[in-house]
Design a protein around this ligand. Sequence first.
Ligand SMILES: [Zn+2]
Length: 476
Amino acid sequence: MKLFLILLLYPALAAADGPRAYRWMPKEWKPLPYLFSASLESFLQGKKPIAPISVGFGELARSQDLLGAKGEIVGRGRQTFRGAVVEGTWTQTIFHPDGHVLYAAGAVYDGASDAALSARIDDMGKKKSEFLARAMKQEQIRGAAVPMEAELRMRKEKNGGYTVFWNFEWIPASEDRILTLRLLESGAEELEEMPMVGADGRAVLYPSGPRLSSLSETVLSDLLGDGTISGRRLRVASALDLEVWSPNLLFMYPEEDRRFDLAQVYYLLDRSFVWMKQRLNAELQRPVNVKVHIGKNGVSNNSFYGQNTIYLGTGDGLTYRDMLKDPSILSHEAVHAIIDTYVGLPSQGEGGSLNEGFADLFAALMLDNPRFAEVSYLKGPYRRTLEHDLKAYQDFTSNIYRNGSIIAATFWDLKPILGSDRLAEFAFRTLTRLGSGAGFADLPSALMGASTGFLTAPEQTAVFEKVRARGWVVVL
Ligand SMILES: [Zn+2]
C-alpha cells in the first residue's frame, strides 16, 4: 500500500504549470487493497456491460468509467472537483476482476479545494439550463448531426487560478470537424473548430498483401485514438466478438492470432479510401462499418457491401484462403462504399453489373493489376481478370461479376490512350453521370457526357473506337 501511494504520487512528467503525471505498475503481480465508493461486485452483476460509476481513488478522488474487458476491467476517467471536470487531466486504471489494481497511470492537479472555488462551481452547476439555452442559439448546434455533449469544466489559468465554464461539444451535419463552445462564468464565449485529425497507430501486417510484400511494421493512419481499430473512415469489428483494444495504438499480433486481421483489413481499406480521395477527390459522407470473420464459425468465402457495411469472409481453405490479406478484394469492397455514396447503384441486375464493373475497375487501377484474388483464390492463379476479349451484350449473362468485368475491361482498354490517372478521373465522371437507376444502355451516353470538356477531340475519337470494339452501341 505504501509503495503504491508513493509511486502513484511521484511527479514523473510534471510540466511547469501542467498537471502531475503518474504511472504505476507492480514489479510482480501482487494484489493491492483498493477502496471503492461502490462495490465492484455490484457493477459486475449489473446488466450493462459498460456503465459509468464513481470510484474513490484512494486519497485522490477521481471519477472513472469502468469498462469491461476480457479478464480485467479498465477504469478511465479525468480528475473532477465537485462535479466539474478538470481540463488536461486523465486517469487510467486497470483492475483485476477481484477489484485490485494492476496498473495505474494519469495526470492530475494537486488540491484545488478552496471554499470560494467550490461555491463558484456549485453556482455554475445550478445554471445548466440557462447555459444550455444560450448554446442552442448557435445556428450550427441546431443542425448538428450528432447531439452535443454538455459538461461542467474547470481549467487552470497561467495565474494559478481556475476558470469554471460549461463546455459543449458537437459534430455538425457535415461530420468533418468537432465544434467546441465554451460558455464561461464571466459571460464570455469561446468557439473553436477542430478539423478531425486522426491518430496514428502501428501494426504488423502485409502492406501489399502476402504475395507482393512481407510482414512489416506499418502505420495505421487516421485512427480515432480510442484504442480501437476504428478511424475517421472505418469502424472495424470482428463477427467473432474479438476484443481488440490497445490504448497506445500498437497492434502487434502474430499472424495466427485472428486479431491480426483487423489491423490488416483496416490498413488495406483505408489505403483504398486515401487513393480515391487523392486521385478522384471522392470521399465517404459518413464512416463505413466493416465486419470481418463473417460466416458460421467465422468461415465464409463471401465478401460484399451492403447498407454502409463491408462484410468480409476469410475463406474456407478450399476455394479461398487469406481473403482478408488480399488487396484486390479489399480495394474492390472499398470502391463499393464510394459508389454507394455517389451513385447508389443496386446490387442486382444491370445496375448491379455496373456496380461490380466500376468496383473492379478502380481496384485494378489502384493496384495497377487487372487480376483479382491472386492472393486468395486456390482453384487457379486468380479469380477473374480484365484481360479478356468478352464483348458487351453478346457475352452478357445473368452473372453480374462477368458482366462487370466486361464493363471494367471497356475502361481498362483505354489505359494506353489516357494513362492511369486520367482514366480513373474519366471513369469516375462516367460513374457519377449514371445515377442509381442506370442500365447497360445508359453507359454510352454517360461516357459521352463524361468526355465532354474533359477529353480532347483526338482522344474522344480513340476512346469511342475502343468502346465500340467492346460491343457497345455508340451514336455520335
Ligand atoms: Zn463487388
